[in-house]
Design a protein around this ligand. Structure first.
Ligand SMILES: *Cc1c(COP(=O)(O)O)cnc(C)c1O
Length: 297
């Protein structure tokens, strides 16, 4: 029913000096090009929740996120397009000026409710907010249907071609889905974008069904922690864009591409490897920095 959104994301060969020097081949699944607003992995994580909500004749999706959340914006856009209402429980007190992400979500019809950090950490939904017509989705679309949805993102590629698939990991939901859908011969590599691996490891433990799959986490590419973006990372993003024409985001994909090039540089991949890099989107979050930070938008 929702295939409407799934104009296939393009997969393109990556052309980069490091690859040439190492005679290595890599392709990028450009989920950032999937949809103008619902960009990236977030749509895949949402799809089966939204399908279930529609099936249960719910009228409104209620979910959680921070001020620059890719998930909130994706939810707002998807709901608007599908005729559902949407509401966000946003982390922190209402600021004097809303972030561009929240402004855009509100313009798409999303109702915004602000929770103190403490209430947010307990995911405490204000009394009287919910009715029987509401359908709640976890922060970031985490959970079983989120994993199932993420596993369908590999439908965009000829997955048998690849020896390795590499993606960024926040909660590990997307990584779990990819592991479940990956071909036997393929090794899946997750690049955590935060220092504490507890959540990612729990997610994998709980949701990886493909027990034969070969996968690993490479935890040295978090750049100081979640959403931390030192000047060297920003400068990498600009150089990478100049070299490849591929824009990246500060939270996830910049760290992913950096890690991937380092791995190639360090001969991590055997000759003949075919690497698939998942560009999971999220570019809108770059708006939290001044426009002049990047040579791309
Ligand atoms: C949310 C997000 C991720 C991480 O997805 P998880 O399923 O939480 O690991 C990766 N990339 C982008 C662009 C995201 O928005």
């Amino acid at each position: 029913m929702l295939d409407f959104y799934f104009e296939k994301a393009p997969c393109q060969d990556l052309s980069h000096p490091t690859l040439l020097a190492k005679k290595c081949e890599a392709a990028v699944l450009r989920l950032d090009l999937l949809h103008p607003i619902v960009s990236g992995n977030k749509w895949f994580k949402l799809r089966f929740y939204i399908e279930q909500a529609l099936h249960q004749r719910k009228k409104r999706i209620v979910t959680f996120g921070g001020a620059w959340s890719n998930h909130l914006l994706a939810t707002a856009a998807a709901c608007q397009q599908l005729g559902l209402r949407s509401a966000a429980l946003v982390r922190g007190e209402r600021p004097a000026v809303l972030s561009q992400t929240l402004q855009q979500a509100a313009a798409l019809g999303m109702e915004l409710f602000f929770l103190s950090r403490e209430d947010y950490s307990q995911k405490k939904i204000p009394e009287n907010l919910l009715t029987n017509f509401d359908y709640i989705i976890n922060e970031g679309g985490a959970g079983e249907l989120g994993v199932k949805g993420a596993s369908t993102l590999l439908d965009c590629v000829e997955k048998e071609r690849y020896s390795h698939i590499i993606c960024a990991a926040g909660t590990g939901t997307t990584l779990s889905g990819i592991i479940n859908a990956a071909p036997k011969a393929c090794t899946i590599i997750g690049i955590p974008v935060l220092n504490d691996l507890t959540t990612i490891e729990q997610t994998l433990q709980q949701h990886v069904q493909n027990k034969a799959a070969k996968w690993r986490l490479l935890p040295n590419y978090a750049w100081g922690g979640y959403a931390k973006h030192p000047p060297a990372l920003l400068s990498f993003m600009n150089t990478f864009y100049e070299q490849t024409n591929i824009p990246t985001d500060i939270v996830y994909t910049a760290k992913l591409f950096y890690a991937c090039l380092q791995l190639i540089e360090n001969d991590f991949f055997k000759p003949g490897s075919q690497v698939l890099i998942i560009h999971s989107g999220g570019l809108q979050g770059n708006r939290s920095l001044p426009l002049t930070t990047f040579c791309f938008t």
